[in-house]
Design a protein around this ligand. Structure first.
Ligand code: CO
Length: 174
């Protein structure tokens, strides 16, 4: 296992649509998934998309349990996820490992039905709500080349970016 570097805003790969995975026999995905999981738990975060670690692939992982509670981890792996159905919208305070230190209320669906493939390439459907549903929408957005700040009004987006850049420059100078 290895810790990977997380790509931060405004790197181009975060704004690019990822490519579907079709080769499920490729052993490379096992290593990639375990490295992504280690990176996500270490951050710590509850979700990570492949393009956030520099791989433009339609793959994301999520674990909404506490990353410190290693005995009760529940890692979800989504190959080629896609939203099929969605319910009414809610506001959810969101952050992102590619924009460390900032967050903003984001418009999300309370409940979603997502279609995806598992590690073996089997088609699966997941009907979920709450934090897992929100995290899925956040990660699927990543795979489409969108960040949560792209959903905000221009004014709010500019404020979040300004705050993020300020935090980054403070980090560099300290
Ligand atoms: Co994110």
């Amino acid at each position: 296992m290895a810790l990977l570097d997380i790509v931060t805003y405004p790197k181009k790969i975060l704004a690019q649509k990822t490519l579907p995975i079709t080769d499920f026999k490729n052993k490379r995905w096992d290593r990639l998934i375990s490295d992504m999981a280690e990176t996500m738990y270490n951050a710590p975060g509850i979700g990570l998309a492949a393009n956030q670690i520099g791989e433009p692939l339609r793959l994301a992982i999520i674990d909404i349990t506490s990353s410190e509670d290693t005995a009760n981890r529940a890692l979800h792996v989504f190959f080629n996820p896609k939203i099929l159905e969605k319910s009414k919208q809610i506001d959810f305070e969101e952050g992102c490992l590619s924009l460390p230190g900032v967050s903003a209320p984001t418009r999300r669906y309370e409940e979603v039905v997502v279609e995806f493939q598992d590690r073996q390439g089997n088609k699966k459907k997941l009907h979920t709500s709450g934090l897992l549903a929100v995290a899925l929408q956040h990660e699927i957005d990543h795979l489409e080349g969108r960040l949560y700040i792209d959903q905000l009004s221009t004014l709010k987006k500019d404020l979040v970016i300004k705050r993020f850049k300020k935090l980054q420059s403070m980090k560099k100078s300290s």
